[in-house]
Design a protein around this ligand. Structure first.
Ligand code: FMN
Length: 363
């Protein structure tokens, strides 16, 4: 890592939380730091059968379009997830979409409100985000996903996060996920991620990951539509461990891996006690405050993999803010790590990780 690179949290964030989602998508990423030339490693690691430069990626969220993918690919992130897309256009929630928290300890799901404000806190940050899973219409995102794929270099992978929007019945929802998955592969995704766990949206698509029957129906429909292409499922945090095992058993026949966790749902208030995100009593917590919830889930997934004698990839997501956090996930058995909050405030995290030494030996 060249010594002159700016430290974590010292550059302006690449996502400006004071501007709308559309402004960030169309005018961002806001980045003016140096982009050091990267030496492509001669030794690759394998992820879902693909050779990749490193097991380090960006989770669904901060990569809003192909410009964002191209920048973070240059900054050394090798598995890049295109923010969740749909089969139809959906508008983003209005501002605020991101607020900062300073919780006293680690955060888990619950009813006690957390306090958040728009004043940026010091790195490593904890935030709440609420966007409502906006999406362009496929006519716009398909050509943009193609562009994103074309911007990658050897040893890098494009994942596209997809969600179903037709909540009229479980069958309709599963078919809509499957259609979206097909479109993502047609557009050039190397792999897709089924977002079963976004806690910011009300209705059936918010709770699929908690219900084995729904999770199975969605993943089966997707497998039927995409054949042998690689499919990850994005899960959230489970308060009851047996439920995680039930869902895992339900989806495993149809998918190639699990990414966990999504944000942790909590009521969030502003310092004056009012609901912090108008119209949204609860929102998703992410960043440093969910490190323990995420690492605990990944440990459980890795031990279930042994118990069930199953072959599937585990992707550690949640609260990974430093090279040490990432290494902790890889050491417990994750095949890859992906970050969402950290890269907005520390775009050099992948480069710092590479300096931290060899990847722990995997299974
Ligand atoms: C700005 C932002 C937007 C996000 N949007 C999505 C999304 O569209 N789909 C999704 O599955 N997860 C989304 N997430 C959740 C992340 O993928 C991730 O699961 C969560 O933030 C925990 O990781 P972190 O602590 O590294 O942020 C988003 C997160 C952030 C910070």
């Amino acid at each position: 890592m060249p010594a002159e690179l700016p430290g974590p949290g010292t550059l302006p964030p690449t996502y400006d939380h004071l501007r709308s989602y559309e402004e960030n998508r169309d005018e961002g990423p806001f980045f003016s730091g140096p982009v050091p030339r990267r030496k492509i490693p001669s030794r690759r690691v394998r992820f879902l059968g693909f050779p990749v430069n490193s097991p380090v990626g960006i989770a669904a969220g901060p990569l809003l379009d192909s410009k964002w993918i191209a920048l973070y690919a240059k900054l050394g992130f090798d598995i890049l997830t295109y923010k969740t897309v749909r089969t139809r256009e959906a508008k983003a929630h209005s501002l605020p979409n991101i607020l900062f928290l300073k919780p006293e300890g680690q955060v888990y799901p619950g009813e006690a409100p957390l306090v958040a404000s728009s004043e940026r806190s010091r790195y490593p940050v904890s935030i709440t985000n609420s966007f409502g899973m906006p999406s362009w219409d496929p006519e716009r995102w398909i050509p943009d996903v193609r562009k994103a794929r074309a911007s990658l270099r050897e040893g890098q992978l494009l994942s596209v996060s997809v969600v179903g929007s037709d909540t009229s019945s479980l069958q309709a929802l599963a078919s809509d996920y499957a259609r979206c998955a097909e479109l993502a592969f047609e557009a050039g995704a190397h792999l897709i991620e089924l977002n079963l766990s976004c806690p910011n949206v009300h209705g059936a698509c918010a709770s699929v990951y908690l219900d084995p029957e729904s999770a199975e129906a969605v993943s089966r429909a997707v497998r039927g539509a995409v054949g042998k292409q690689k499919v990850l499922v994005k899960l959230g945090y489970y308060e009851e461990r047996p439920r995680l095992e039930m869902v895992l058993r339900a989806v495993l026949p149809h998918v190639d891996g699990i990414a966990a966790i999504n944000t942790v749902s909590r009521p969030v208030r502003s310092p004056d006690g009012k609901v912090a995100l108008p119209g949204r009593e609860r929102s998703g917590i992410c960043g440093a405050a969910i490190r323990s919830a995420a690492l605990g889930t990944v440990e459980q997934l890795c031990s279930l993999r042994e118990k069930l004698l199953a072959e599937f990839a585990v992707v550690g997501v949640g609260g990974i803010m430093t090279p040490a956090d990432a290494m902790a996930h890889l050491r417990v058995g994750a095949d890859a790590v992906m970050m969402a909050t950290a890269p907005m405030y520390d775009p050099y995290l992948a480069m710092r990780l590479r300096e931290a030494g060899d990847w722990p030996a995997r299974r």
